[in-house]
Design a protein around this ligand. Sequence first.
Ligand code: HEM
Length: 157
Amino acid sequence: MRELRWAIKSSFLSYVVQSGQHLVEGDPPPVEANNITVFRFPLDSTTSDEKVARFTGEARISAHGGMLNIRLCNPWLEIGNGARLTVESWSPGASASTRTPIAEIQKPTSLAPAFESGSDERLEVVLAREAVDIFDGVYPTGTVLDPLLIVDVATAV
Ligand code: HEM
């Protein structure tokens, strides 16, 4: 079973944890690596042309009495003009979700290795322009995020 693992941005999670009363949780439950929460998104399906890999799962982060409130769901790796990770995200108060590019993959090649079990993949990513608002405009477009890890659950530590 393949799974996407992502800590989003370690400095952001450290800040959230240090901000007092906070919540960092996910479905399925995240793992801890080097004292940082790493969210897990199991692979659900891929398109036959191997241009889209759909992962499921949800990451929830809140702090500052709910003023900071991020929910990222069902990330998809999509190859087209470049390659990116899109997520379903909710703005505070919004009733419907939108699919938003959150991370641009730095060296987009084929996604084929991402779909093949047996080898772990690490994709370097930066913040997509469309996701700047998710972080309240604190990080500019192109800010380096934590890498996307695609692992075999059976072999992952
Ligand atoms: C009551 C509301 C808030 C207060 C008092 C607050 C306060 C702060 C402070 C003091 C820092 C600097 C932390 C440091 O450098 O150690 C910071 C950083 C940051 N805040 Fe907030 N914040 C608030 C709301 C938000 C919201 C709504 C977001 C949206 C996601 C947000 C996202 C961030 C981010 C991304 C950073 C940079 C973290 C990093 O990578 O170092 N904050 N905030």
